[in-house]
Design a protein around this ligand. Structure first.
Ligand SMILES: [Mg+2]
Length: 275
C-alpha cells in the first residue's frame, strides 16, 4: 500500500500545477492524500474482509470481493468527499444504487494494488483485479488498465526483471514505445487508463530505485498523483519501500486510514514472494 500512497502524496500538489523535473521535495508540507490513497486503502479493506469470510478464496470469492469492493469504497470513501474524486465516481459513491458505469478512467488502475499484492497466483491476481474494477470501471479499457497494473505488481513480487515485465506488458496490454525523457516535455493531463497506465509503467521500468520511480512519475506531468500512485505501487513490489519513507507517509494519514494500513500490514498480505 505504501507505494501507491507515497506516489499520491508526492504528486498531490502537482496534479494541476505540473512539475516537469525530477528535483522536488518528496514529502512536502503542502502534500496531502487524495482519492488514490483513500480508494487504494478501501480496496485493501475489501480484500481483507473478503478473505476473513472466505480464507481459501473458493469459487464464489470474486463475487464476494466485488460486493466488498462496493461496500468498502462507499463506506470509507464517503468520509472524504473532497479528496479529488471524478464526477461520475462521486455520484456512484453517494448513490444508493451501485451499478457500474462503463468508465475507463485511470481510477481503475490507481486503486487496484491490493489485487497484485494479495494474490497467490497470476490467474488469481487478474481475477481479483477484475472483481475490484468491474463494479464501476467495466469498460474494456478500464478492466485492461487495472489488469496491466496488477500484472506488473504481481510479476515484480515474483522477482521478474524490468525487461521481463516490459515484455509481458507489451505482449498482452500496451505498446511502451515511449521514454520518460521523451514524455516530459509533451505529455498532457489525461484521465483515461490508456493515456495514463502505459506512461506510469514506463516510469517504473526506467527507474533505478523506489524513489527514482516516484520522481520519474512526477516529472512527466499529467495527472501527477494518480501516475505517482500507479508507478509507486509497482515500484513498491519491485524495489520495496525504505522504512523512513513509510514513516513520513504515515504522517499524512488520519486515524481511520492508518488503522486500515496497520491491519493490512498485520495481515501479511503482499509480503513475501507468491508461488
Ligand atoms: Mg487523486
Amino acid at each position: 500500500m505504501y507505494g501507491a500512497i507515497i506516489g499520491d502524496i508526492a504528486g498531490s500538489r502537482f496534479e494541476f500545477d505540473n512539475h516537469r523535473d525530477k528535483r522536488f521535495t518528496l514529502f512536502h508540507p503542502l502534500g496531502f492524500v487524495t482519492d488514490d490513497t483513500v480508494m487504494s486503502l478501501a480496496l485493501a479493506q475489501a480484500v481483507m474482509e473478503a478473505d476473513r469470510l472466505m480464507p481459501l478464496r473458493g469459487p464464489d470469492y470474486e463475487l464476494l470481493l466485488a460486493q466488498k469492493a462496493v461496500s468498502c469504497m462507499k463506506s470509507i470513501g464517503r468520509h472524504y468527499p473532497d479528496c479529488g474524486y471524478g464526477g461520475r465516481f462521486y455520484r456512484w459513491m453517494f448513490s444508493a444504487r451501485s451499478q457500474p458505469y462503463n468508465s475507463f478512467g485511470n481510477g481503475a488502475a490507481m486503486r487496484v494494488s491490493a489485487a497484485g499484492l494479495a494474490a497467490r497466483t497470476l490467474e488469481e491476481a487478474l481475477a481479483m483485479s477484475d472483481a475490484l474494477t468491474a463494479v464501476t470501471h467495466n469498460h474494456p479499457e478500464g478492466i485492461k488498465g487495472a489488469r496491466a497494473t496488477t500484472l506488473c505488481i504481481f510479476l515484480a513480487r515474483q522477482g521478474h526483471s524490468q525487461a521481463d515485465i516490459r515484455r509481458r506488458v507489451e505482449q498482452e496490454y500496451y505498446r511502451l514505445d515511449m521514454t520518460v525523457e521523451g514524455l516530459r516535455p509533451v505529455y498532457r493531463f489525461d484521465a483515461t487508463c490508456q493515456g495514463t497506465v502505459p506512461q506510469a509503467i514506463v516510469c517504473f521500468l526506467e527507474a533505478t530505485s523506489f524513489e527514482d520511480a516516484i520522481r520519474n512519475a512526477i516529472s512527466i506531468g499529467g495527472d501527477s498523483d494518480t501516475i505517482g500512485a500507479i508507478t509507486g505501487a509497482i515500484a513498491q513490489a519491485y524495489f520495496g519501500v525504505p522504512e523512513d519513507m513509510k514513516e513520513q507517509a504515515a504522517g499524512y494519514l488520519d486515524e481511520r486510514l492508518l488503522a486500515i494500513l496497520a491491519d493490512w500490514d498485520a495481515s501479511g498480505l503482499g509480503q513475501g514472494r507468491p508461488t
